[in-house]
Write a protein that binds this ligand. Sequence first.
Ligand SMILES: [Zn+2]
Length: 99
Amino acid sequence: MTTAGSFGSTAQGQESAGLPVPDRRTLNDYRLLVFGTDEYRRIAFVCECDDPSCGRSVILNRFEYEDLRREDKPVLFHAHSVHPRAEPLTTPQTAENDH
Ligand SMILES: [Zn+2]
């Protein structure tokens, strides 16, 4: 007499339709957790610029990434930007009229 009762696989109705897309910063933090175990490993992070369709990857190691995080800066692909930054690379805007 054999017991015929195999019901191991129940259908799991865990289909999340309206899954909110995690923001890229969260994604990058997650990447650091997963790939940042090796200190010098190059990790492909996601560009955090304003363009929602931007899918550029930014290669950093964990130190470079943590530097950005420490200064609360976004991870950015080369020329992309979040907001105009006031950098002293160009002519300073300070009005020092000396005449
Ligand atoms: Zn970008």
